[in-house]
Design a protein around this ligand. Structure first.
Ligand SMILES: [Zn+2]
Length: 494
């Protein structure tokens, strides 16, 4: 049974990733996932779920086949959930991709309105545009409420006490415990955070902490003042040179395609879609320059290298399903280069990096604190009976954690399925441990070491075979803990 399942599982993942890639890269106007779900419904129907569940019981954890069956079960449960809301997912996507805002005589797509907010120096205009964007989000919240309610009902119909309970069980994670660990990141970085943020807002945005709102955060995170140091024209060459330092010849990597074509509806944010692993990986950019563009491109290049080096011998369940925190760790490792003084000096010729690095670390802390609050919120939302009541909880958690006043209206828009926020948070913690390990073994400039490249390729070859915790243990740097992440922020900001 498993062999046939593996073949169809592979085909489903490839078809679904290709559809997402074509849509996000602006080559298809609409996202059509429902036909794919219909074609492969046998991979995640009730009968199959019951079958896999039966196979899981009574076996030991070390049994190789049991690990595979568990992976398939987790995949099937997650897709069973998505299958129950596929039309709504399409409808929301259609709404967002067709929405537009007329702004100062120009028509902006919904996606481009986000970019415009992050680069708008005039506060009044920035907040005005944000309100227009929020109206669009709010006008589609009914669809999102319906989608989340349905996901909650589906989870209960599968016999779990809640959506949160379902994900804790299939992932083997305790989100409540993680939320508590992460709340210590927020409390222990708070003094340095408030002092630095207050100073940065006064100086850069001419506002005080109690005036700061979410659109100011979006603008602040972009660090527009440093844009001229990160020219868009040099980004790809710097990527090639950085990887060459690790012994990776990007131009010879025929399996990783860089899609840098300009298309009207292309997502402005860089992204990576591993379509067939490792044979067909898409690294997609719409280069606009600036440090945030560099950060997101290098982040995505970490995903691309991870999947691009996955061994062809891996079973498909260890390529197409796994612990997202693992791939996010590799992505953050390359993301972090933009705050590495040595790297900035070498590749961008930036000499006095201290002010820039402090700004990047402060903006990263805004993001980490935002995600800590997101996880806490998801814990509430996914146990809640009445979804609409959670809007104020969201606003309250976000405002408290970031000090940027946040509106309730984004509570379901600013949300990913399946507790993805927890994957990011675990990855931020793991990445610091991995980076320190690379420095210890291969030197401060680990990215100039062929041996570091060999080591990375060796772990990337295992694809998604291991969870982030298992990989940390194998390297000898586990368990994943948040102390080093806290220390790194406090050192950078004081
Ligand atoms: Zn990522």
């Amino acid at each position: 049974m498993l062999d046939q399942y593996r073949r169809d599982f592979t085909d489903f993942n490839i078809a679904s990733a290709r559809e997402h890639y074509l849509f996000q890269s602006g080559q298809k106007r609409t996202l059509e996932i429902a036909p794919i779900y219909e074609r492969y419904s046998h991979l995640f129907d009730r009968e199959l779920l019951d079958d896999l569940k039966k196979q899981m019981t009574g076996e030991t954890d070390s049994d190789a086949e049991t690990i595979s069956v568990r992976r398939f079960f987790a995949f099937a449960v997650e897709q069973f959930l998505e299958d129950s809301v596929k039309q709504l997912t399409e409808e929301i996507s259609k709404f967002e991709s067709s929405a537009s805002i007329i702004w100062r005589g120009h028509e902006l797509t919904f996606q481009d309105s986000t970019v415009a907010i992050t680069t708008e120096a005039d506060r009044e205009k920035r907040c005005g545009l944000y309100r227009r964007r929020l109206e669009i989000i709010e006008s589609s919240n009914d669809l999102r409420i319906e989608r989340i309610s349905r996901l909650h009902n589906t989870a209960r119909a599968l016999g779990y006490s809640s959506y949160a309970d379902l994900f804790e069980q299939i992932r083997g994670l305790d989100y409540q415990a993680l939320a508590e660990q992460v709340s210590r990141v927020a409390s222990r970085t708070e003094p340095a955070y408030l002092v630095r943020l207050d100073a940065a807002l006064r100086e850069g945005l001419a506002i005080t902490l109690d005036q700061a709102e979410r659109p100011d955060a979006m603008y602040f995170l972009h660090l527009t003042g440093f844009d001229d140091r990160f020219p868009s024209g040099r980004m790809l060459q710097i990527y090639r040179d950085t990887m060459a330092g690790l012994g990776i010849k990007v131009d010879a990597q025929n399996n990783i395609t860089i899609d840098s074509e300009l298309r009207h509806r292309k997502n402005p944010r860089a992204f990576c879609t591993p379509i067939a692993i490792p044979e067909e990986i898409k690294l997609v950019i719409r280069p606009s320059g600036g440090q945030s563009d560099y950060q997101s491109f290098f982040h995505e290049s970490g995903h691309a290298q991870h999947y691009g080096w996955a061994s062809t011998n891996l079973l498909p369940e260890f390529k197409y399903s796994g612990d997202y925190a693992l791939t996010e760790t590799y992505a953050f490792l390359f993301n972090h280069l933009i705050s590495d003084s040595e790297w900035l000096g070498r590749f961008l010729g930036i000499k006095d990096t201290s002010e820039f690095v402090r700004s990047v670390m402060l903006s990263r802390l805004v993001t980490v604190r935002r995600y800590a609050a997101k996880l806490k919120f998801e814990e509430h939302l996914h146990h809640a009976d009445k979804i609409v009541d959670q809007a104020l909880v969201y606003a309250d958690f976000q405002t408290q954690a970031t000090s940027f006043k946040t509106e309730p209206g984004e509570y379901l828009f600013d949300l990913d399925d399946s507790f993805y926020s927890a994957s990011y948070l675990r990855a931020w913690a793991f990445e610091v441990l991995l980076r320190e390990y690379l420095k210890m073994k291969f030197g401060m400039r680990w990215w100039r070491s062929l041996r570091a490249g060999d080591f990375l390729r060796q772990i990337w070859e295992t694809g998604d075979r291991y969870t982030a915790d298992e990989m940390a243990a194998q390297i000898g740097i586990g368990p994943i803990q948040f102390g080093p992440l806290i220390d790194e922020f406090n050192t950078a900001l004081t």
